[in-house]
Ligand binder design. Structure first.
Ligand code: ADP
Ligand code: MG
Length: 684
């Protein structure tokens, strides 16, 4: 339970006078709906009202120039100490103007000036006051990120109240560390960041900002460490195996494992053999050969007398895995069954029966495996594919089912080291960082969209040779005013050139419909798959050797990399064409250059991080991965490793967070919504 001292911070913004349901909704969109979320909404920069383009000056009103029609602006001619100045109002209220700026009045005004037909003018001053009130004009003002309908003044007003709601909280940071960093207290830091005195006060390196960033990172690392601690406490099953099945599999493989595959399996083997719970991430680029390693782990579980299951996010993927696993398991005499929502009736009962009596040794399925009332006989290992859509919370949920199974997660998202720490800090990581030597490099070319006709012509030849094509368009019809290439339109063009050979698949289709179209493509009933980015998730069609991405400049690097990973799987030379719409922005040009030059997913992820910043790298689509509000990893990444070590040390000394500092740290966890992680402390 959240402690009462924090209640005020978690009060809704609508408890502030002047915030109605309408602005509450807007604030919610902008920053969240609590007082705390407003406090965590930090200014981006400052306005200095003493420097161009701003001026703050004394004026004497000379005359009013009333417009002849409502469309024209209302102008007020003024005298300043350094010359003439016109104040200009559009959409004005006459009464207000006359009231504020009567002729002959002396006023202090502040705003941005520009020159119009040789005259200096200020449109809609930010401030107009009488001389005696001039102190009311802030010369330095924070500027906040805004959204339509919320002005900077509204944010400032809210914060004025919010800043009064911060309680004095016991310090949770190590005093010595704080001193060394010259960091103020949490409360003082918030006050400082919202009252910048000069431009450098909004720098990420300002002590108050650093302190808050570190608070957030420590909360993140401590939360992950708590989850990790909880898992370590859970007793697991030892799956020592005797190595026989794995040996047989290796003998049957037509290739040698890469050194990275061997090393990763070694790490997995050690974990599985020990009587605690494995919680390991197997990270490897698309095509690096994770599946075989996962299979070896499953065979090890089977050797040990247990069942193993493999869970994947879509029906298509599950079916592909099943085919692969059968290919390798049938010769070993190991039974593989498949269970998704689509297995029904008698067939389903039969599968469930086999799972329950243990005659099914390896089970492949979707979420249905865990959601429904499915019984395993003796489950030892859960293997999860492509799980970058899962967050810590879901992993926690999986373990809270009370089963003591080992968990191995395979992900193809190459995450830079710094980010891996923030999202997977609760897991051990094995990395397959080399590709099978048999994989041919993909020929990647960057072309202007004007080469489209030519490209389509060349496809005739490629298709005749048995190649299949992915054709990716950015979006479908959902952005009204945008000029995005429309997948439907492209489908129609291509269908004219290749009648009956083209399919269109997009995000608005229902799962089964998508799956059916994918299956047609796999079965070579169609040759060209026009798609929005839905093909991103791990399908394997070896004869698809051509990838065309339209408006490639609109995609992020990681996304382009994931898409390209769909080809280069068969024996044919693969080609990836990145079609762009000129002119390219410098960043877009860099992105496409990176794609042309390398296929190394980790390198691409690092470049992506540099070009876009940490918040975006994992994409909003991959829900469950939160981004930071106060920390900016571009600047604060070095603090992350410190926070991780700090978190480790804290839990070593005080595993239940019951010392005075431990109690204070619980407040920190609540402030960053780590309620679930706090719960792990008390739930045994
Ligand atoms: P991913 O990591 O994307 O899941 P897969 O496991 O699907 O990659 O492997 C891609 C292809 O490479 C598969 O056809 C697999 O059989 C093959 N493969 C895996 N390991 C090796 C290896 N060491 N040498 C050659 N081919 C391999
Ligand atoms: Mg895979």
């Amino acid at each position: 339970m959240r402690p009462p001292v924090l209640f005020g911070l978690f009060a809704g913004l609508d408890t502030i006078q002047g915030v109605g349901p309408k602005s509450l909704k807007l604030f919610q969109k902008l920053c969240g709906n609590t007082i705390l979320s407003a406090l965590f909404h930090l200014p981006l920069m400052v306005i200095d009202r003493t420097k161009p383009p701003f001026i703050t000056t004394k004026v004497t009103v000379l005359s009013h120039e009333k417009p002849r029609s409502r469309k024209q602006p209302y102008k007020i001619h003024c005298q300043t100490e350094s010359g003439l100045l016109d104040i200009v109002f559009f959409n004005y209220r006459k009464d207000y103007i006359i009231d504020q700026l009567p002729e002959n009045a002396v006023r202090i005004i502040s705003g941005q000036v520009s020159t119009f037909s040789g005259r200096t003018q200020m449109t809609h001053p930010d401030y107009i006051t009488e001389e005696k009130n001039k102190d009311q004009i802030p010369l330095i003002e924070p500027v906040y990120p805004l959204t339509q309908g919320i002005t900077n003044k509204m944010v400032q007003r809210i914060l004025k109240t919010a800043l009064k709601c911060i309680p004095d909280l016991p310090e949770w940071q190590d005093e010595a560390f704080l001193k060394q960093q010259k960091g103020p207290s949490f409360k003082e830091s918030l006050l400082q960041v919202h009252h910048p005195q000069k431009a450098s006060d909004v720098s990420p390196m300002h002590p108050a900002r650093m302190r808050l960033a570190y608070d957030e990172l420590l909360a993140n690392q401590l939360a992950l460490a708590l989850v990790r601690q909880k898992m370590r406490k859970l007793k697991g099953i030892a799956l020592p195996g005797n190595g026989q099945l794995v040996q047989k599999l290796l003998k049957n493989l037509p290739f040698e494992l890469t050194a990275a595959q061997k090393r990763s399996f070694g790490e997995i083997e050690t974990d599985m053999g020990a009587p605690f719970r494995m919680m390991r991430l197997l990270q490897g680029d698309v095509g690096s050969g994770k599946t075989i390693v996962g299979l070896m782990a499953m065979l090890k579980a089977v050797e040990s007398g247990y069942q193993a299951c493999l869970m994947a996010p879509t029906d298509i993927l599950v079916r592909q895995h099943e085919a692969t696993l059968r290919k390798w398991c049938d010769p070993l005499g190991i039974s593989v069954v498949l269970l998704t929502g689509r297995e029904k009736g008698e067939k389903r009962r039969e599968i469930l029966h086999k799972m329950a009596d243990g005659s099914a040794q390896i089970i492949v399925g979707t979420h249905a495996l865990f959601q429904e009332n499915v019984q395993f006989c003796k489950l030892g290992l859960v293997l999860i594919d492509e799980q970058h859509r899962f967050g810590v919370d879901q992993r926690l949920a999986l373990t809270q089912k009370g089963e003591r199974v080992d968990v191995l997660v395979m992900t193809a998202t190459p995450i830079p080291r710094t980010l891996a720490l923030t999202y997977y800090g609760d897991m051990d990581i094995s990395k397959i960082d080399e590709k099978p030597p048999t994989r041919k490099p993909i020929d990647t070319r960057v072309l202007p969209v004007s080469k489209m006709e030519e490209t389509i012509q060349k496809l005739h030849h490629a298709l005749a040779g048995g190649a299949q094509v992915y054709w990716v368009c950015p979006l479908i019809e959902e952005t009204e005013k945008s000029d995005l290439a429309n997948a439907t339109q492209r489908f129609e063009t291509l269908e004219k050139a290749f009648p009956g050979r083209v399919a269109l698949i997009h995000g608005k289709m229902k799962g089964p419909q998508k799956d059916a179209l994918m299956q047609d493509f796999i079965d070579k009933k169609t040759d060209i798959l026009v798609a929005t980015t839905v093909i991103e998730v791990g399908v394997d069609v070896p004869s698809a050797s051509i990838m065309i991405i339209e408006q490639a400049e609109r995609f992020g690097l990681s996304q382009l990399h994931q898409l390209r990973g769909r080809i280069g799987r068969g024996s044919a030379q693969s080609v990836c064409l990145l079609l762009y719409q000129a002119p390219l922005s410098p960043t877009a040009k860099k992105r496409l250059d990176v794609m042309r030059k390398t296929e190394d997913g980790f390198l691409i992820a690092e470049e992506d991080l540099k070009l876009r910043g940490a918040g975006e790298v994992l994409g909003t689509r991959q829900s469950g991965l939160q981004s930071f509000k106060l920390a900016d990893l571009e600047f604060h990444a070095p603090l992350l490793a410190i926070a991780r070590d700090d978190a480790k040390l804290i839990l070593n000394q005080d595993a239940s967070l019951s010392s005075p500092r431990g109690m204070a740290l619980k407040n920190l966890l609540y402030l960053f919504n780590k309620d679930n992680e706090v719960k792990t402390i008390h739930s045994g």
